[in-house]
Design a binder for this molecule. Structure first.
Ligand code: AMP
Length: 115
């Protein structure tokens, strides 16, 4: 069994979070250290450790996760002006929590390239 991460505990409601969306597949909550006016994290309820794991999972399961991310962005009102979805992966990607999570960032003009 993999380690219990902060996001396992948030999903289990052992640690409080500012939820914005939940369905059978995903849980979405506001990032505690927002990097944009809207900064939300979306996690699948069926755990994966990182983006590198998605190729080993069922395509329908991954599709449902991605559709959940898209649905959260829509519900946050980000569709008109656009937004960014980021999966930090591994040490070079500066992934700090080993539970896959999509960052949704929006509400301002974002810059490119990222640091
Ligand atoms: P990453 O660096 O991609 O692994 O992203 C982890 C994110 O989790 C960071 O953006 C943190 O600000 C965020 N974070 C850490 N602790 C919490 C928490 N208790 N509630 C919400 N977000 C958190």
């Amino acid at each position: 069994m993999s380690e219990q991460t902060l996001f396992d505990k948030i999903l289990a409601k052992e640690i409080p979070s500012d939820a914005v969306y939940e369905d059978q597949t995903v849980y979405a909550f506001r990032d505690i250290n927002p990097q944009a006016p809207v900064h939300v994290l979306v996690i699948p309820k069926h755990k994966m450790q990182s983006f590198a794991d998605i190729r080993q999972r069922d395509a329908a399961e991954i599709g449902a996760f991605m559709q959940g991310v898209s649905r959260v962005a829509e519900q946050l009102g980000l569709e008109r002006d656009g937004y960014r979805v980021v999966f930090n992966t591994g040490p070079h990607g500066q992934q700090t929590v080993r539970y896959i999570h999509a960052h949704i960032l929006g509400g301002r003009q974002l810059q490119w390239p990222p640091g």
